[in-house]
Design a binder for this molecule. Structure first.
Ligand code: HEC
Length: 454
């Protein structure tokens, strides 16, 4: 699909150049060799190897293109059935030679199958694969936001696409979105819809402060969300007023949503009682996984997505005493010390609980490469004689560089003997160490580490 990026005030001769399908085995198939089901463009014709005026297809700068599809935005080209085993689509898009001052956007959409990410085997285990079904909705939401589709999203509330519409609206800080949501909030009858609208509005109370270069990040990411610097904007006051009015309507479930979320999102509303003072009302359609049933199943951690493991950790407490035994049994002691004074091979765990929160500890174990600790970047040094060392730099002086490998062995090198040095994007901590554990066991291990405080 090709859209007009600027409401069509140029010659939007958008075209697909060298569109190619790639099969699992790497075979390339020209998309132009396949018949489409439907193709339409906003002006002129939609043609194979020609632009929308019928001239041979060429890029904006005049360079001929070996194959492609010429059309004019807004355009949709639909293929019904692609050859078996197609796993990727590759193309580049741009204006063809006739397009002057045009501005177009390209979209590729598939019925879910093709958009799945990461079919390749990843040694980290299944939790390393992002939640595939979320990718397509995510792209759709991004597109709605980029297209400024607030009015359309407000219209979709109450229909089949409500969930996606509200998701997109959470990112739209403008009057159309806010006024539309407030109007729906005061007119919606059922409590559940009102709760969903309130949730969306709470998110819009603030926006992110534009980055002005005056602050710096800490060594630990701030994961409280939804914004690093919750900052009021022109819509803040009317959203707060509307939420306060909705709170006063007296629906306990709605009151609970507003009070807890505004607290969680650090968006206090004057006149609202503390969240703890508002009776918890169970939300009706929270997905229910029976954690009690699965929490003792061996190997459960390796089977679940990383987000789900972390969610489960919020509910399964675990037993720190058992965690201590697991710290030894799972081999963590080979690299992590708990007492000061022992030679370090990896980060010291004796005070990890003061530095990292439960989720962050869990994440560091599940996906070591995602966040690599300061000072433990894996470095590869090659000497002029051709020796290669991989480890951490434990000392760096003007006449001495010490590199410590994972077994704890330290090698002292002279800076003058070093030919090259580079940081590897990998953690020295192996992935998958806890894949064989049950949720209960993993929670125990994390709880044990959480208690390691100074
Ligand atoms: C082969 C060595 C090795 C083993 C075994 C190992 N780790 Fe690690 N671990 C590291 C290294 C190196 C880092 C620092 C690099 C990084 O952050 O990925 C690290 C980082 C961590 C961190 C983050 C610490 C911080 O300050 O950011 C945690 C938590 C952790 N490991 C827990 C564990 C647990 C629990 C186990 C056992 C299941 C374990 N590790 C096994 C080497 C190891």
């Amino acid at each position: 699909m090709i859209g007009q990026a600027d409401r069509g005030n140029g010659e939007d001769h958008g075209s697909w150049f060298e569109p190619t399908l790639i099969t699992r085995s790497g075979k390339k198939i020209k998309l132009t060799d396949i018949k489409w089901k439907k193709a339409k463009g906003g002006w002129g014709k939609t043609l194979v190897n020609k632009d929308c005026t019928g001239k041979p297809l060429a890029r904006h700068d005049g360079t001929a293109v070996p194959f492609g599809i010429g059309t004019h935005a807004p355009s949709t080209i639909q293929f019904n059935r692609l050859p078996k085993d197609v796993v990727r689509f590759q193309a580049y898009g741009g204006l063809s030679a006739g397009g002057r001052n045009g501005s177009v956007e390209f979209y590729v959409n598939s019925n879910g199958q093709g958009a799945k990410a990461g079919t390749a085997k990843i040694p980290e285990g299944p939790h390393a694969t992002p939640n595939a079904p979320i990718i397509l909705p995510h792209v759709a939401v991004k597109s709605l936001v980029a297209l400024d589709a607030a009015a359309e999203c407000v219209k979709a509330i109450g229909g089949a696409n409500e969930q996606g519409a509200l998701w997109a609206l959470r990112h739209m800080h403008n009057d159309t979105a806010v006024d539309g949501l407030i109007a729906k909030l005061s007119s919606a009858i059922d409590s559940e819809t009102r709760q969903r609208l309130a949730l969306t509005l709470v998110r819009l109370i603030h926006h992110e402060k534009p980055y002005d270069g005056s602050t710096w990040w800490g060594t630990r990411p701030d994961t409280r969300g939804p914004y690093y610097y919750p900052t009021p904007w022109a819509g803040t006051d009317k959203i707060k007023a509307a939420l306060l009015a909705a709170f006063k309507s007296g629906d306990p479930a709605l009151q609970y949503v507003i009070a807890t979320l505004s607290e969680k999102d650090r968006a206090p509303i004057q006149g609202l009682p503390k969240a703890t003072a508002v009776a918890a009302a169970p939300t009706a359609n929270e997905p229910t996984v029976d954690l009690e049933k699965i929490k003792n199943q061996k190997g459960q951690v390796g089977k679940m997505g990383v987000e789900d493991v972390i969610l489960a950790l919020g509910k399964v407490q675990g037993d720190p005493a058992r965690g201590m035994a697991l710290f030894t049994r799972q081999g963590c002691v080979a690299c992590h010390t708990l007492r000061e004074g022992e030679p370090l091979k990896g980060p010291f765990m004796g005070q990890i609980g003061s530095i990292m929160k439960r989720d962050q500890i869990a994440m560091s174990i599940l996906k070591p490469t995602a966040v690599i600790s300061q000072g433990f970047k894996t470095v590869q040094i090659q000497t002029k004689k051709g020796q290669v060392f991989v480890g951490f730099v434990s000392k760096r002086l003007s006449d001495l560089v010490e590199i410590r490998d994972i077994s704890g062995r330290i090698t002292a090198l002279k800076p003058a003997d070093i030919a090259s040095e580079k940081i590897l994007d990998i953690s020295m901590m192996p992935a998958g160490l806890v894949n064989g554990l049950s949720l209960e066991e993993f929670a125990s291990l994390v709880s044990f580490l959480e208690r390691q405080k100074k």
